[in-house]
Design a protein around this ligand. Sequence first.
Ligand code: PHB
Ligand code: FE
Length: 339
Amino acid sequence: MAMLETAELPPIVPFDDVEASAPHEVTGYRAFTLGAFQISRDEYFARIEWPAKGQTRSHLIPADAFLRALMRDVAWGFFYGWVNFDSVIGTHNHYGKVDMYAGTFNGVLREAGVDYIEQFETPKIMATFKAILRDWTNEGFDPFAAPEETGSAFGRKHGDNLEAIERFRIATKRMPGLPDDSPLRNDLPVNRQFADVPQDEPEVHVADGFEGELHAINLFKYLSRSDVTWNPSVSSVCKASLFCPTTEEFILPVFHGNDRVEWFLQMSDEIIWDVGDKDDGTPRARLTMRAGDIAAMPADIRHQGYSTKRSMLLVWENATPNLPQRYESGELKPYPVDF
Ligand code: PHB
Ligand code: FE
């Protein structure tokens, strides 16, 4: 059996404040310590260990699923509310601090008292998560890509894919294509599943006196050229109203737990959503959304989507300050409409 030489591996993770082991002498992967959590991987699985009831508990997640979830958590800066990697492990964003938990939002593990939660300063958990992502993502594996468009996450450590994991959510100030704003995607190819999407841009005719104040883009064209999946990126900003369209294929790598209402507008094709209770995961609804359908995701649920054919989804987020507190205090109902 060939042993990996430590000297052949990339240098130590370039982050202060990250507790990492030396590379494993067989697999080549480092193990990480975050508070009382131990986080390691082998050829197939990420292993998360935590203390509960005087023992070490552990949970396994397939390495590809773990890296896809970790990539989203890092790229989204822990997002709104809860990012569940699966039914056991996840993070809860307190905007400045972040909880990592195991079993806390799983009804059975919580009931059995074998759950564990620990809070970290955001820079600390972010640095650790980035270091894991960097060390565990092998050459050829892109955690943002659809499974048919990427190589394998498995096996012993071989190379890395820094270019893929250093792609972050595009930070649009107002709209892509405006001067000094994020670029249109004219340099990216049209995705294989959007070959039929028209590529013409709208004609903009501005009335006298309004020059430079009107802007329009072909959003279908823009989305047809997205090279990532399940990654809402802000495409228009109007005060606290954020339109975050995204292209979806295979499974949303996380179960997102909402701390506010968010709206989905299905722009093409079809997504099936599993909706569960935010606190214990009990299934609550299964929703099939077809092109033109609109749904509000309540503030007290978690959801995960499935898209067989690559599809276009508009996620509408409300960035009004203090929404989590207003829902938690009962001032706002968890759903937007009384039927
Ligand atoms: C969501 O959690 O609402 C979400 C996340 C990523 C997506 C779509 C929806 O691509
Ligand atoms: Fe969501």
